[in-house]
Design a binder for this molecule. Structure first.
Ligand SMILES: Cc1cc2nc3c(=O)[nH]c(=O)nc-3n(C[C@H](O)[C@H](O)[C@H](O)COP(=O)(O)O)c2cc1C
Length: 401
């Protein structure tokens, strides 16, 4: 028999590797000491895969609920209120992980206090065909994404969301991050349509104000005029909802904003017609500030998440907390991979935190670990509840300090 052409060998090996990892992962769900096995056996294998594959495996595990179920009873000091709803902990999964509401139950099982799906665009759209996720491998803490993303569109995502929320065994806070189609000539209308579609069912809505190069690939409308236009439109759409006219709207910011842009944003959201209840700080960064030259050489121009974003977003949280004088709720996100990272963002002014990149690299027990560490840090620092720590040290994190 003629030998197989050589170029297929790596593909076949990769296929066998992925299939084995998946099979072993599924098999291990039967074991009692699952967490240990996943940490010592599965995750090292998953980390050797291309990051897009690691992400897809994590999403599949959550979708088919073969991920471990958190056994962690959240400490009393983590219990808090999310826009009037009680949640057992302030750690959420950030937008981008489950864009299409496919893995809600699995994510809840991991122990997140709240879930953000999306970005969801009005019409279904495919990514731009290029590799969308890339990892920078030196310390496995950075994930990048090129612009262009898949969305199943409002209709399909809405059906999935309704089905999940209708189940008696699903009790979770779920927010929807609203996007606009790449080909859209009316982005403002896309966001308003998102409010009308998801307002009746979502626990909160998120509007992106990110730069064009961020992971979400949203148009840039960080400038004041566009911000006013979009926020006026989403507020009008909210006021026209039959029910749930008070669904909270959060504005997600780019970490690459200048101080003037941040001041403008604070001024805009203080206007009645542009009101938002919260800010999400921040999206992925287009900058390469904290990257060592060896990492930049692996780089492919996309937006970066994870470690390089951690300090930048914490400083921005402190700045927005100062500029808004604590009048809006801040959700802090960017490079969180430990309880200490979460604690810093809370002390800088965040009432809640989210993560994404670290989950892909560190595996499912990360959420429990962060909760345990955060609870301990709160106790050691003399805070009876996480709410008491919010903004308690924001001055220390202001840029230039
Ligand atoms: C691959 C990828 C896709 C993302 N997609 C979205 C998105 O669709 N909408 C959005 O608002 N943010 C998106 N984000 C940004 C994340 O929600 C989050 O703000 C950012 O990754 C920082 O958190 P992290 O460092 O914990 O990953 C994405 C991030 C990554 C890495």
């Amino acid at each position: 028999m003629a030998p197989q052409p050589k170029r297929f060998a790596p593909l076949r090996t990769l296929g066998i590797f992925v299939a084995s990892v998946t099979a072993v992962y599924m098999g291990l769900t039967a074991y009692e000491n699952q967490d240990n096995l996943i940490r010592t056996f599965i995750m090292p294998a998953v980390r050797r895969l291309p990051v897009e594959m690691s992400h897809n495996l994590a999403l599949l595990a959550c979708k088919y609920r073969i991920n471990p179920v958190s056994q962690h009873l959240d400490d009393y000091n983590l219990n808090t209120s999310f826009f009037g709803r009680l949640i057992s902990n302030p750690i959420g999964i950030a937008a981008g992980f489950d864009r299409n509401a496919e893995a809600l139950h699995g994510l809840k099982d991991l122990g997140f206090g709240f879930i953000e799906i999306g970005s969801v665009t009005p019409m279904a759209q495919k990514g731009n065909g290029r590799t969308r996720l890339f990892g920078l491998y030196e310390d496995r803490k950075i994930m990048g994404s090129s612009d262009g993303f898949d969305s199943d569109g409002h209709y399909v995502v809405m059906q999935r969301l309704r089905r999940a929320l209708a189940r008696n065994d699903f009790k979770a806070i779920v927010g929807v991050n609203l996007g606009s189609n790449r080909s859209s000539t009316t982005p403002t209308r896309d966001y308003a349509t998102g409010v009308k579609t998801f307002g009746p069912v979502a626990d909160f809505l998120v509007v992106n104000a990110t730069s064009a190069s961020t992971a979400s690939g949203q148009p840039s409308w960080a400038n004041k005029k566009q911000l006013i236009e979009v926020l006026t439109a989403v507020n009008n759409a909210r006021s026209q909802l039959q029910q749930r006219k008070t669904v909270p709207i959060l504005l997600k910011l780019s970490p690459d904003m200048t101080l003037d842009e941040m001041k403008d944003t604070a001024a805009v959201i203080s206007m009645r017609k542009c009101r938002v209840e919260g800010l999400i700080v921040a999206n992925s960064t287009a900058t390469r500030d904290n990257l060592s030259p060896s990492l930049v050489s692996h780089d492919n121009n996309g937006a970066l998440s994870g470690a390089p974003l951690r300090e930048r977003s914490t400083k921005q949280i402190a700045r927005m907390y100062e500029l808004t004088k604590g009048s809006v709720t801040i959700v802090g996100v960017g490079g969180i991979s430990s309880g200490r990272d979460a604690f810093e963002k809370i002390q800088a002014g965040a009432s809640f935190v989210q993560l994404y990149t670290a989950l892909v690299y560190e595996g499912p027990d990360l959420v429990d670990r962060i909760k345990g560490e955060l609870s301990m840090l709160l106790k050691e620092s003399g805070y009876a509840n996480v709410r008491d720590a919010v903004g308690s040290n924001y001055k220390q994190y202001l840029p230039g300090k």
